[in-house]
Design a protein around this ligand. Structure first.
Ligand SMILES: [Zn+2]
Length: 86
């Protein structure tokens, strides 16, 4: 996987799309791959994204609907009941 000094993880896109866009992508990607905390067991670092908006905790096995790139969105803060166990 490519990565560069400036755009780090977004280096996978090579020289394409322009540096400003790649920096934006980097911010999103780094949020996505950062160690997230599981809302069910509170364990950090075992939360993985199954697909867009679908998150799973490898520790307790729970799955929940979250943001496309982060397991919990700003909206979920105001509507915590939206998160439902499968
Ligand atoms: Zn968990």
């Amino acid at each position: 996987m490519g990565r560069t000094k400036v755009v780090k993880i977004a280096g996978r896109y090579g020289a394409r799309y322009g540096s400003t866009l790649r920096k934006k992508v980097r911010d999103i990607l780094m949020k996505r791959y950062a160690p997230h905390t599981c809302p069910f067991c509170g364990y950090q670092g075992k939360v993985v994204r199954v697909s867009t908006g679908l998150w799973m905790c490898r520790k307790c096995g729970n799955k929940w609907a979250g943001g496309a790139y982060v397991p919990k969105t700003e909206v979920a803060r105001y509507f915590p009941n939206v998160i439902v166990r499968e």
